[in-house]
Ligand binder design. Sequence first.
Ligand code: URA
Length: 332
Amino acid sequence: MSLEAKGMLKHYLEQRLLAGETHVGVRPGTLERMQGGRRPASMSPGPVGRAPQGRASMVAEEAPPTRPAQPMMTTKSFLESTAPVAAATTRTMSGGSAATGRAPAGVKLAAAAAARIEVTGETKAEKLAALASIAEKSPEARALGTLRETMVFAVGNPEAQILFIGEAPGFEEERQQEPFVGPAGQKLTGILKAMGLERRDVYISNICKFRPAMEGNQGTSNRAPNDAEMASCLPYVLTEISIIQPKVIVALGGVACKGLGIGEGVMRLRGRFYDVQGIPTMVTYHPSYILREEKLAGGGIRAKRECWEDMMKVMEKAGMPINDKQRGYFQK
Ligand code: URA
């Protein structure tokens, strides 16, 4: 098993545990391959279904406790069995993210995940202002030559309990130098209203602080940031998180999810909390996706309902009350 695979396995198990999955199915031989023949006492064969012998795998597959497809063991004991190897792996891969054990989405992102910016200031607002002026210069971002000039840092309450992270500013955000003020922003503002919040109650940021540039006359066109562009801004975003220390982070869409090192595939990852710098982070749809779905037959009801379910989990995690009217949205 490669060093990278061991790091990924540790990350996977931590996320499953955070998501409340207490058991995983483990293919025969997996632990032996990882640990040179040592089999932990806590591993017991499951009642049914073993994978065919000799089918090599380092992936701990999810299996519901009632119908296990693999021999079962607790997620925690598997994690403990793998931790000593995997922790070293993570350190080797990212040069510093071993403390959180997060597996990076890409090599550039992994390197950026290790970096933090030192800022001075008495209050959170002062520290954020200091960070914004450092980000404005951002030699890493500017050296790429693929991001536009104007920085759009963030907006909202430095004391917020909830921090939303999107992709990157678009045309309207660049023009107004404020995140989420275009059509997707109006949708986000609507979601906040349903939660009983206003924009000034939360903190809204982007995984990339500059509008990604396009060939020729860009006009109002926008594109998602690539790994290198996200990596150039990631130290600012991670420092922002450590200054604000919100109760909950919301990753809006697959790009933010990847940039934060959670993984790829918003459809698969949404609806659960993941650990980003020790802060529970909910993955949900980007408001633009909901806007696109609304134009299709069905009016985007599924996407809106699922997003609302995610937001109720966020409200609970943030300690916000949820009234009957809110619980009743999307119920037939
Ligand atoms: N989409 C984003 O992800 N961020 C913005 O600021 C605007 C649109």
